[in-house]
Design a protein around this ligand. Structure first.
Ligand SMILES: [Zn+2]
Length: 294
């Protein structure tokens, strides 16, 4: 099967501590399209399963488990989603938005290329990082050791999304904080006990080392000429795009099975570009037959 090789902005540390940055991917097939439209699991969990199926290799690791997909950094998971979008649906994104100004609300067409989305590699990638933060309550600095957010943290936090921002930060920090001074048994209680300033600074420290892929776009409405910022959520966009195509998937499978007599399993494993190539060939053949008949 055709593989697409790219370099992760972060990287994966295997259990021996070796860093792997190169990944080989394959495009989504029918099973993966079905998987992420099923809605049976939270999006982070679905992304884990999708990545487990579509990553063919990370460095020299060729057996990709869900645990490995879960262990990938959030930024790497976003990057892989972006690449999967490119190899499955193409490099050009065309979308429709509505102008957010209430007295306008006119539809706006936007298009951009996946290759133009700025993704910068993480500098100085490490399994964990240490920082000294001043604790105003102790009147002294304390050492904090943390790791960057991973897929497993997103999976945990997706069950708490109805909670307020402060408790979401508690969840995130209780996963990412590995050590406070000598204490390595970090739980939500200890994180909650930290001062607001320390909690805020830890969030800044983590974000500074692990930027997420920013798809936010500054746009100008062609109707009213006012500008606005469109928050383009990668995950929502990716899922939305697959969902709008799911009815088409079954019709394509039916069409190909009807004419070629291939099994459903074979067709479901086929990437969408290949499916569509066969459909194009079939359509032109059928057209030729129809032309002769007239
Ligand atoms: Zn407008």
């Amino acid at each position: 099967m055709h593989e697409y090789v790219c370099t992760l902005p972060g990287g994966y540390f295997d259990p021996e501590g070796k860093l792997h940055r190169e990944v080989a991917l394959r495009a989504l097939g029918g099973y993966e399209e079905e998987l992420i439209t099923s809605g049976l699991q939270t999006p982070p969990r679905q992304i884990t399963r999708l990545l487990q199926r579509c990553i063919q290799r990370i460095g020299d690791i060729t057996t990709i488990t869900e645990e490995i997909a879960r262990d990938l950094l959030v930024v790497d998971r976003e990057f892989i989603l972006l690449m999967l979008r490119k190899i499955t649906f193409g490099n050009v994104v065309v979308a429709k938005l509505a102008c957010p100004w209430p007295d306008c609300l006119k539809p706006i067409d936007i298009d951009f290329k996946i290759d133009d989305v700025p993704v910068s590699a993480l500098e100085d990638i490490q399994p964990d990082y240490a920082c000294m933060l001043y604790d105003e309550r102790l009147g002294a600095s304390r050492e904090f050791v943390f790791r960057l957010p991973k897929g497993r943290d997103q999976e945990h936090i997706s069950h708490h999304l109805d909670e307020d921002e402060s408790s979401l930060l508690t969840q995130l920090l209780s996963h990412c904080l590995l050590r406070i001074e000598r204490d390595t048994q970090i739980d939500a209680h200890k994180v909650r006990d930290l001062s607001a300033a320390i909690r805020a600074n830890l969030e800044i420290e983590i974000e500074a080392r692990c930027p997420s892929i920013d798809l936010t776009m500054e746009l100008t409405c062609p109707e009213c000429s006012r500008s606005f910022v469109a928050p383009f959520e990668l995950q929502d966009f990716f899922f939305g795009e697959v969902k709008t195509n799911i009815e088409l998937l079954y019709r394509e499978i039916h069409y190909l099975a009807f004419h070629y007599h291939w099994s459903e399993a074979e067709l479901m494993n086929m990437p969408r570009t290949r499916r569509q190539r066969y459909i194009d060939i079939l359509s032109s053949e059928i057209e030729k037959i129809n032309d002769k008949a007239h």
